[in-house]
Structure formats: structure tokens, C-alpha cells
Design a protein around this ligand. Structure first.
Ligand SMILES: Cc1cc2nc3c(=O)[nH]c(=O)nc-3n(C[C@H](O)[C@H](O)[C@H](O)COP(=O)(O)O)c2cc1C
Length: 306
């Protein structure tokens, strides 16, 4: 079973991916990048910088794109492929209202014809592994039934399914029954995504869902960056050890951002995001104190007392 780090806009940038990979001995098979998108007719420069090969050395990344149509698809593909990438993931699950309004992400699931046109282009591009990351639907949990046959006909390498609809965002239970129906109807390799936060859950998913190609984990890895490392090394770390490893990653990121970002407030804002999903690891009180720190000295003092 493969282990993939999910794309997380605002969190898993090139530095985070590189230092995570370095800290946890390359236990992640691929890091999916936050989606690249078209703005004013062109690819955002910031998005392209994030996938520059020199910023992603020694680590396997899969650039992800979010598009509303073939025009946007081609703009992005033509910018990414010359960098040497041979694998691209297409986002059909994003529930962010800004992207939905533009007809991208999960909004594509409302438009089977749009999906068909994009898959027609996918079929014309040789030597590139395309994958799709999707939800069951945008606002209806049966929409996949019309979309999946189109994807089945396309030369995709795999599909990643987050078994919720976009209107749920991340609320409510992941629908395992529909995941299973989807799997039965899917001709491609399938990756599970959604709500994995412990090694016990990883083991359960592995034994309850046969023939999975892989699992993709997002927030669970932000809150415990050791999670996959523990699983593949068959080791359970105690809370102290988990925090210790979190801090090793944190300190690398701190040093990196300190040298890159201008001004204390930028550094402080960026570093605070590293803790956004850490409440289960460090507790509510410590998290609150970190979020309240109003200068770097105070911030560092709280972090070093963890
Ligand atoms: C803050 C945030 C940013 C995200 N950005 C992306 C993204 O750029 N592309 C994408 O496909 N999914 C994105 N997602 C969804 C995650 O990749 C993942 O599917 C979701 O968090 C569920 O998996 P998890 O329960 O393991 O976190 C994002 C989710 C969050 C919470």
C-alpha cells in the first residue's frame, strides 16, 4: 500500500514537503502539491515556484491542477510538463466556494460533459500519468455514478476518493458504503482519503478495504507528522516522542522561513500555521498560547516549553 501526503493549500508548500521528507526518512511515497490554478489567463507565478524542481529535490511530488475546462487544463499542462514532470493530478473534489464559483474542483462533478472533454485531452497526452482526486459529488452523493464511467474510459493511473460530497466540506462521516460501491465500479487503482489520524485507523482501512492502491492523508499528518513513519516502522511513539519529532520538523521550518521572510510578523504568522491542527498533540491550552504570542521571543519561549 502506497502512502501519499494530501495536498493542503497554505500548509504543504515546498519547504514543508522537503523538511517532512527529510525528517521522516522518506516514508511518504509521493507528496501531492496544493492545486495550481489559472489566474488572469496564466498560471500563478507563486504556484509555479512551488513546484520548481530545484525547490523539490530528492522528493517525489505530484503537481495537482484545478481547472474548469480544457483551456485551463492546457495552460497548466503546458507550464508543468516542460519542468520534467510525468505525473499530474486533477482536482475534482475541492469544496472551496471561490473555486466552485469558477466551475472548478467539485463543481466539475456537476458537468459530466466538461469532464468528458478534459479526459479526451488526457487521452491525447502520452507518457504522463494522470490521476483524479475527487468526491462522491458536489451536492448529491450519486453524482459519481455518471462521472465514473467517463473516468473508467480514460487512461488514468489511479483515482483518489474522498467519500463525502462537497457541500459537507469535512463534516459528517466518511461514507464507507459508497466508497465500497465506488470501488466495485471503478476500473482504475483506487486510493482512500479521509479522516485518518491514527495508526489503528490505518490498519483498519488496510484490512477492511481490500485491494487499495494507497491511502492519502492530510490533516492527520499535519497534526502528527510521524504518523506514516510510525506505521511503516511498526513503532508507536508516545506523546512526548511525537512532540519531539514535530519540533524537529518545526525547527527546520523556522530556520528556513526566518531566512526567507521579511519581518518578524510574517515569520510569526507563518509559524503559527504549523500548529493549526496540533491541538490533539499539544493540548488546547498550549495551542491557545502559541496563537496568542505577539512576538517571536514569546512564541519561541512557548514552543521550547512544550
Ligand atoms: C486547508 C486545506 C487545504 C486543502 N487544499 C487542497 C488542495 O489544494 N487540493 C486538494 O485536492 N485537496 C485539498 N484539500 C483536501 C485534502 O487534500 C484532503 O482531501 C482532506 O483534508 C481530507 O483528507 P484528511 O482527512 O486526511 O485531511 C485541502 C484541505 C484542507 C483542510
Amino acid at each position: 500500500m502506497k502512502f501519499f501526503f494530501a495536498p493542503l493549500q497554505g500548509y504543504t508548500d515546498a519547504a514543508y514537503r522537503r523538511f517532512h521528507n527529510e525528517t521522516f526518512d522518506g516514508c511518504i511515497d509521493s507528496y501531492y502539491t496544493p492545486f495550481l490554478r489559472v489566474e488572469h489567463g496564466d498560471v500563478r507565478a507563486k504556484d509555479l515556484r512551488d513546484i520548481l524542481p530545484e525547490n523539490n529535490q530528492g522528493i517525489r511530488i505530484v503537481p495537482q491542477i484545478i481547472v474548469k475546462n480544457v483551456d485551463e487544463f492546457l495552460i497548466l499542462i503546458n507550464a508543468i510538463l516542460p519542468m520534467g514532470y510525468q505525473e499530474i493530478d486533477i482536482n475534482m473534489g475541492c469544496p472551496f466556494p471561490l473555486q466552485l464559483k469558477k466551475g472548478r474542483g467539485a463543481a466539475l462533478l456537476d458537468r459530466p460533459q466538461g469532464v468528458k472533454e478534459i479526459m479526451k485531452e488526457v487521452a491525447c497526452i502520452d507518457d504522463v500519468r494522470f490521476s483524479v482526486k475527487m468526491r462522491l459529488g458536489n451536492n448529491d452523493k450519486n453524482q459519481w455514478q455518471e462521472i465514473l464511467p467517463i473516468l473508467n474510459d480514460a487512461p488514468l493511473h489511479h483515482i483518489t476518493l474522498h467519500s463525502r460530497i462537497a457541500t459537507q466540506q469535512y463534516k459528517g462521516d466518511v461514507d464507507f458504503d459508497l466508497f465500497s460501491l465506488f470501488q466495485n465500479a471503478c476500473c482504475h487503482k483506487l486510493v482512500y482519503n479521509g479522516d485518518i489520524t491514527t495508526i489503528e485507523q490505518l490498519s483498519e482501512i488496510k484490512s477492511n478495504i481490500p485491494n487499495l492502491y494507497g491511502v492519502m492523508i492530510g490533516r492527520g499528518l499535519l497534526s502528527n507528522p510521524s504518523l506514516v513513519w510510525e506505521y511503516v516502522n511498526n513503532t508507536t511513539l508516545n506523546e512526548e516522542e511525537k512532540i519531539e519529532r514535530f519540533l524537529i520538523l518545526h525547527n527546520k521550518l523556522f530556520q528556513f522561513y526566518e531566512s526567507k521572510l521579511q519581518g518578524e510578523s510574517h515569520l510569526l504568522t507563518k509559524m503559527k500555521t504549523i500548529w493549526d491542527y496540533s491541538e490533539s498533540l499539544i493540548g488546547r491550552k498550549a495551542l491557545k498560547m502559541i496563537k496568542k504570542a505577539n512576538n517571536i521571543a514569546k512564541y519561541s519561549q512557548i514552543v521550547s516549553s512544550l
